[in-house]
Write a protein that binds this ligand. Structure first.
Ligand code: AMP
Length: 245
């Protein structure tokens, strides 16, 4: 973990304090990363976070952390959310919004933020706009990562993640140094339940139906920056930074 950033409050909720004070940044970045599952938003969030000092705030990581760390104590609504997630379906807007509202301090953080996987529906985007308006938070931009369908399928199929530090690899395009083992913490890598082909199809159609309309939504607000997600993570990162300059 970058010593200047700590996602504990985001991952575990408002009762947990971040272990580091966010750095004073002259221009903290407040960005939403948009794009289909598998385009590499999480990887870009990590690279952008290291460059800008902002935390990678992924709602998918919150649900996975809940499942791994406290599945015995989950409320019925949260257990239902986790089961929906594993099957590839979107979690209900009310549940996601409740989870994000509990973590308002992360959106108000002076280090900025990189939202990944949220908002995912127009309802969520409208609620987020209301929260921003209420708290005087101004979004810099929405980075929309664009990738052809066939490349998305290949990336999802080859993706492996670290259940411990959330590192992301791809068996073909970005393999770990030792097959199946996380470079950062040595934990055995896993394929996410929702990256298996039966869940992938459901996720991609949920994206087309519910999330793709956000491209138009943010374009109309003048916030959308379209970036090609083709190439290596470093190439995509360079393109993103240029667009944000
Ligand atoms: P991700 O890691 O962003 O691909 O999210 C994994 C899964 O978590 C999604 O397929 C959904 O089931 C659930 N999820 C994450 N974020 C959201 C959201 N904003 N709205 C609804 N479901 C979500």
């Amino acid at each position: 973990m970058n010593p200047q950033r700590d996602r504990s409050a985001w991952l575990y909720g408002p009762d947990v304090q971040c272990r580091v004070t966010p750095p004073s940044i002259v221009h903290p970045r407040r960005l939403v990363l948009l794009g289909a599952p598998g385009v590499g938003k999480g990887t870009q969030a990590e690279l952008l976070g290291a460059a800008y000092g902002a935390c990678h705030l992924s709602t998918g990581d919150i649900f996975r952390t809940m499942h791994t760390n406290c599945s015995a104590q989950l409320t019925p609504a949260m257990s239902e959310a986790v089961s929906q997630m594993h099957q590839g379906h979107l979690v209900a807007d009310d549940t996601v919004l409740a989870v994000v509202r509990e973590r308002l301090q992360c959106l108000k953080c002076r280090g900025g933020f990189l939202l990944d996987g949220f908002p995912r529906t127009v309802t969520q985007a409208e609620s987020l706009d209301a929260v921003f308006a209420e708290h005087g938070i101004v979004l810099d931009a929405v980075v929309y990562y664009d990738l052809p369908h066939a490349d998305i399928i290949a990336r999802l199929d080859g993706r492996r993640t670290c259940p411990s530090c959330h590192g992301v690899y791809n068996v073909l395009m970005n393999p770990p140094h030792v097959a199946g083992v996380c470079d950062t913490c040595g934990t055995k890598l896993l394929q996410r339940a929702d990256d298996r082909p039966e869940a992938t199809e459901i996720r991609l159609s949920a994206y087309e139906r519910s999330t793709a309309p956000l491209i138009e939504y943010y374009w109309a607000q003048g916030l959308l920056l379209k970036v090609s997600a083709r190439g290596t993570p470093e190439e995509v990162f360079e393109r993103t930074v240029k667009q944000l300059a």
